[in-house]
Design a protein around this ligand. Structure first.
Ligand SMILES: Cc1cc2nc3c(=O)[nH]c(=O)nc-3n(C[C@H](O)[C@H](O)[C@H](O)COP(=O)(O)OP(=O)(O)OC[C@H]3O[C@@H](n4cnc5c(N)ncnc54)[C@H](O)[C@@H]3O)c2cc1C
Length: 271
């Protein structure tokens, strides 16, 4: 029913840090080193930690996770969790939405469309699919005619695009930028420029959060923030004086954004 190409850019390795509290309550922590780790509380004494291990192959826990540069405050709890071997590994899959209409069956959620888990948008997109499907089916009195309902629901993939578009695009862009290794100076500069943009307050951070949480589904807002992020990053690289090295980094940055923003345009296609 779904024949989109599935990409696996990385694996998430999940651990539970016990008897540990993060410095600020009710906050999630993004640790941006050579790769990304996210830590957030799941109970009064437990912290879930997800380490992103780039690459399409199942990571070797011992070599790839133990060498992760955990900040000193988390290090002991992190090593303790590794020793207990209470570790789970999940692939991060990216799959654009494109469906083969099939009478009697209908795909929503991850079976239809997946994006990187870095922005935690999967449930938001899945639940938006549920709401849209409910609204489409509500006026129908007779659900027994599978073929005609299948035809009627052909508009689903197009109608869901505004709610999925921003979340999918930002997940891919933020993962590409933040998973860059610090050992490559060009990528490190890119990462810092994007991070500084996210640290801006007001319309910049609030607007991005509204897009990431699905509260704002206006594609123009996404276009605004993508251009603003890119302009901020390129501007901070080239000002006050552009050097050949920084011009080269800026060109690479524009190229990465251009490639990443092409993926969502393939969504909503019918096969
Ligand atoms: C590491 C990671 C972290 C994430 N963090 C977040 C987050 O913080 N916030 C967020 O919103 N999203 C997050 N997501 C994404 C989110 O988990 C998914 O988008 C969401 O669970 C999709 O819901 P679903 O119902 O479509 O699929 P699933 O939750 O995968 O449910 C499918 C169910 O079908 C069952 N199933 C499969 N095959 C069969 C079969 N043949 N017969 C019967 N049952 C079957 C499976 O066991 C499963 O229970 C994360 C994903 C990953 C990988």
């Amino acid at each position: 029913m779904a024949a989109s190409k599935i990409e696996v850019p990385s694996y998430s390795v999940g651990l539970v840090l016990e008897d540990y509290n993060l410095p600020y309550a009710n906050r999630a922590y993004f640790i941006l080193k050579d790769t990304i780790a996210i830590a957030y509380p799941i109970s009064s004494k437990e912290i879930r930690c997800l380490v992103d291990v780039p690459g399409p192959k199942l990571p070797s826990i011992s070599t790839e996770i133990c060498t992760f540069q955990m900040p000193p405050e988390l290090y002991n709890a992190f090593i303790c969790a590794i020793d207990k071997e209470n570790i789970r590994t999940m692939p991060n899959r990216i799959m654009p939405a494109s469906s083969y209409p099939t009478p009697g069956a209908f795909l929503i959620g991850d079976s239809l469309n997946m994006r990187h888990s870095i922005t935690g948008g999967g449930m938001t997109v899945g639940l938006s699919d549920v709401v849209l499907l409910r609204d489409l089916l509500r006026p129908l009195n007779d659900l027994s005619k599978a073929a005609s309902i299948c035809k009627y629901l052909e508009s689903f993939c197009v109608l869901r695009k505004p709610s999925a578009f921003a979340i999918n695009t930002l997940a891919s862009t933020l993962h590409t930028v933040f998973s860059s290794s610090d050992q490559d100076p060009a990528r490190k500069e890119m990462k810092e420029a994007f991070f500084n943009y996210l640290s801006l307050e007001g319309v910049f951070s609030d607007g991005l959060m509204a897009l990431l949480s699905g509260l704002n589904t206006n594609p123009l807002s996404l276009v605004f923030h993508c251009f603003a992020m890119l302009a901020y990053a390129v501007g901070s690289l080239l000002l006050p004086f552009p050097t050949p090295k920084h011009m080269c980094i800026a060109a690479r940055l524009i190229l990465v954004c251009w490639i990443r923003h092409h993926l969502p345009y393939t969504e909503g296609r019918r096969n």
